[in-house]
Ligand binder design. Sequence first.
Ligand code: NBP
Length: 475
Amino acid sequence: EKAQIGVTGLAVMGRNLARNFARHGHTVALHNRTYRRTKELVEEFGSEGTFLPAETAEQFVASLERPRRVVIMVKAGKPTDDVIEEFAPLLDEGDMLIDAGNAHFADTRRREAALRERGLHFVGTGVSGGEEGALHGPSIMPGGSAESYVSLGPLLEDIAAKVDGVPCCTHVGPDGAGHFVKMVHNGIEYADMQLIAEAYDILRRAGGHEPAEIAQIFQGWNSGRLGSYLIEITAEVLRQNDAKTGHPFVDVVLDQAEQKGTGRWTVQAALDLGVPVSGIAEAVFARALSGDPDTRAAAAGLPGPAPQAGAGGTDLQADVEQALFASKIVAYAQGFQQIQAASTEYGWDIDPGAMATIWRDGCIIRAKFLDYIKQAYDKQPGLATLLVDDYFQEAVGGAQDAWRRVVALAAQQGIAAPGFASALAYYDGLRAQRLPAALIQGQRDFFGAHTYRRVDADGSFHTLWATDDRGEVSA
Ligand code: NBP
């Protein structure tokens, strides 16, 4: 008997993916650098399906049906290159190496090009949802060739999460497209979490609510348009009391947010593409600020207002819900623009609506909300920004008075709300008929003769700033 798919790298993620394939009736070849992990998997979970454990890479490859499908689930970075170099020489033309780890999309592009030269398909695949997702159904974002998806897609769709029978898996686009989209997905997750944290902070410090009360508020929001996994778990975390002290859990946790780097990658890539993903950037920077206790300690005595419980008035809850929803729309709109910009830059031809579809379950940002994004792109595939879609335009239009009140309140009360504030600034910047960028062009022309364009004529111009009459010349 041969295996339909093999998994090499059987730490928590690889092990759960292998079990997921087996539970769906596929025969799964197993391999890990250290054989002990392979043995343990079969001992503990062998009854879940048919596993073909291999001690060596050669045995592993020999146990796979052709074309061979090898899922690599090892630590991202050099280990992935090591494993590729171990397996590539053992494979034949048309075989597939599927990197399901959290690789940077630029590495995936490099590896795909190199392996294509050697006649192999390299499928950089984003897998979200952590270990639970890997076992019970992740959202899967495969890149690589369309040809590889014909043979690989059905297996991945089998193990992916489903919404009304629709798998949370689709071919994203060639080479690094899958890992790119997975990265932006993580960036959006950062933004979403930051906005939720700001909502909590304002409700607590300007609303005077205790964590348990705020848990109730979030639970209520979860049955409305904000309904999502992140809102749901926020209520759970806020409801939690510390067993040791009896205090709210959120009060005994050190307030320094950590990060593994995908948010930072998203912002770096956005800077390269020139796409303003301010929501994601603010979230990454807010984590960085929180994680710098020395500077925070030095600045702790700086003057500013102390928030007054009750300052938000009686409408605060409803206002914060509106501000959160509007800011969230902006963050997603920005993330989708980044995906579209990369798709154009790299020729990936990504269908943005399909991305919203495969994020509806199996990942951290799963939410009802994604259905509206899907519908927006179904209606208008060439949508310039989600903000001009009817549903989102109406939602933000209806939310904006409350949104502005919340941002003003936070500023007056001295509560940092970079996500809410920058989302609003982005919205106002985008809809402005005239921007002060004209002045910046003037400054650039003044000090660097960088030239400018006029509203009333074609071509580029330069003003002779150093001359007495400051005449204009065509550049
Ligand atoms: P780890 O990232 O902890 O990697 C451990 C695995 O890599 C083990 O199987 C280990 O083999 C193998 N390995 C290493 Br380390 N160096 C190797 C080398 N030079 N050659 C061969 N094998 C090597 O595992 P994980 O936590 O299961 O994560 C796997 C991937 O999934 C990572 O890319 C990670 O970023 C990603 N991930 C994603 C999510 C998510 O939510 N999507 C969550 C967690 C992780 P050994 O047993 O012999 O040491």
